[in-house]
Design a protein. Structure first.
Length: 492
């Protein structure tokens, strides 16, 4: 039930059905009324007793709110006059006229920001990502996640919390987690690494950001795959790098083309195990060529190994990092695909001589990833749940991928063709027809389909197609979703 103070209506309203404490509701009511100019400097407010009676709460929350407002300078006590709105608040803070900022903006246009932060467009939209529909990229089969196990590990860690675990963690990450990651990567991904080289990060996105800050001065040139993972492109762009798009063919990044375009680049960003978005695997000869180029030109290789656990026709492909004898690879992995993206945990394997540089850079960014879920994750891996989960999901996603390919071949053979290896959680399809992918993706939103248009991932000469995430689309929904896609393409 909402109660309002009649004397100063509608300044203070308390609602007992919401979780916000009463003193906070009273404080918020006064504060916004003062800032919006509804209460004027010098204006008297009711005594705590009167207000408490009026809004039918005890005096404690009112006393509490007044004390806070007095401490912050919104109210002042005057002898003989009780409590009044502070007369020393700046005019523009309390004015109900359009804000000064709005006036300045209207007169002079947008205010300048650092050139670096203007390098990304402000109003770019991705409507196909706003609504939840079939084929949403990056979505995992969360209904298959071992919730019970995870919850009991969370509860156990919660119960065991103490002053030590509640304090700041280490910048590089939880030690047990780093050890388990190093053990896992050595065996499963043939990565050369010791736990000291592993830095736990808030997803591979942060790994890219740290890497760019440590290794790439503004203006340095970076090879990126064409087409490229959009959020990697954005990190390098925001960092001030000049992007050099290097074509990807059925053998992965075309290293010779990169050398012809820009031999002197400072770094190459690659996803060799399962190129995003085209899904191809980089051949051994291209890997060696890339490693040789990096060594001879003093460049870094940034390897994004985001979903390599999922290969359905062969064993997972060993990492590129493991092939490099020169420690020129920054290896990046994530738990977003194998567990779930909101966990925001990933890792970097840093070359030994760069560990301290990465550490000091990371320290100023956020002092390290939140510790609680690192501990839970370390338990999850150490107790064997991680491996078991990957094995189960590999079977499930393999089945979903086959089902999707079969349905596309049956229903849309003449319109589009799947590309890439039997791997991962997305399938890219090329359009054979004159359809424009972005236009179709926009219309698809109304059909509960989340199609990511391939053309948006090219810097030049875009090809038309869609990236179809199948991780979060069930076996029951796949035939129906493909049917909706067919109807949509037929109706164009
Ligand atoms: C190519 C690629 N790299 C990395 C990621 C994961 O990013 P993060 O770890 O920041 O969730 C994704 C997720 O969709 C991806 O597609």
């Amino acid at each position: 039930m909402k109660r309002v103070a009649s004397g100063i209506l509608p300044v203070v309203a308390v609602d007992r059905t919401i979780s916000t404490p009463l003193h906070r509701q009273i404080y918020d009511g006064f504060r916004s009324a003062i800032l919006e100019g509804r209460l004027r400097p010098g204006q008297r407010i009711p005594s705590t007793r009167v207000l408490a009676a009026e809004i039918r709460v005890s005096r404690f929350p009112v006393l509490n709110a007044y004390a806070q407002l007095l401490a912050e300078g919104y109210l002042e006590s005057r002898v003989g006059a009780g409590t009044v709105i502070s007369s020393s608040l700046p005019e523009q803070l309390t004015s109900s006229r359009p804000s000064r900022t709005k006036t300045i903006l209207a007169k002079h246009g947008p205010r300048p920001v650092a050139a670096r932060s203007s390098r990304l467009p402000l109003k770019e939209t991705f409507p196909w990502m706003i609504h939840w529909g079939a084929f949403r990229v990056g979505q995992v089969a969360f209904d298959q996640f071992p919730h019970q196990t995870w919850s009991s590990l969370v509860a156990r860690r919660c119960r065991g919390m103490n002053a030590y675990s509640a304090h700041y963690g280490t910048v590089m990450g939880n030690e047990s987690l780093r050890r388990t990651i190093a053990d896992y990567l050595k065996v499963a991904r043939s990565v050369r690494c010791e736990p000291e080289q592993v830095m736990v990060v808030n997803g591979s996105q942060q790994a890219l950001e740290i890497t760019a800050r440590v290794l790439l001065d503004p203006g340095t040139r970076v090879w990126i795959e064409e087409p490229c993972y959009r959020l990697a492109h954005d990190v390098f762009k925001l960092n001030g790098s000049e992007l050099v798009p290097v074509p990807v063919d059925e053998e992965g990044l075309d290293v010779a083309a990169g050398i012809t375009k820009c031999r002197k680049a400072s770094a190459a960003f690659v996803s060799p195990s399962h190129q995003f978005p085209l899904g191809v695997t980089m051949s051994a000869s291209r890997r060696l060529q890339l490693i040789e180029w990096a060594q001879s030109s003093g460049a870094w290789i940034i390897e994004d190994d985001y979903d390599s656990e999922y290969r359905y026709e062969s064993q997972p492909i060993a990492s590129l990092q493991g092939l490099d004898p020169n420690s020129r690879v920054i290896y990046i992995g994530t738990f977003s695909k194998v567990l779930f993206p909101s966990l925001r945990l990933g890792y970097i394997v840093v070359p030994p001589d760069l560990v301290d540089r990465f550490l000091v850079t990371r320290r100023v960014m956020d002092l390290g990833a939140p510790t609680f879920h690192q501990e839970v994750l370390a338990d999850f891996i150490e107790e064997g749940h991680f491996e078991r989960h990957i094995r189960r999901m590999r079977t499930l996603y393999g089945d979903l991928r086959r089902l999707l390919v079969d349905n596309l071949c049956e229903q849309l053979e003449k319109t589009l063709a799947p590309v890439g290896d039997e791997a991962g959680m997305h399938l890219t399809v090329m359009l054979h027809t004159r359809h424009r992918d972005e236009e179709v993706a926009l219309r698809a939103v109304g059909q509960k389909l989340s199609l990511w248009p391939l053309s948006r991932l090219y810097l030049s000469r875009p090809r038309q197609g869609f990236i179809l995430g199948f991780g979060g689309t069930t076996a029951k929904d796949i035939p129906l979703a493909v049917h909706r896609l067919r109807t949509l393409l037929d109706s164009d």
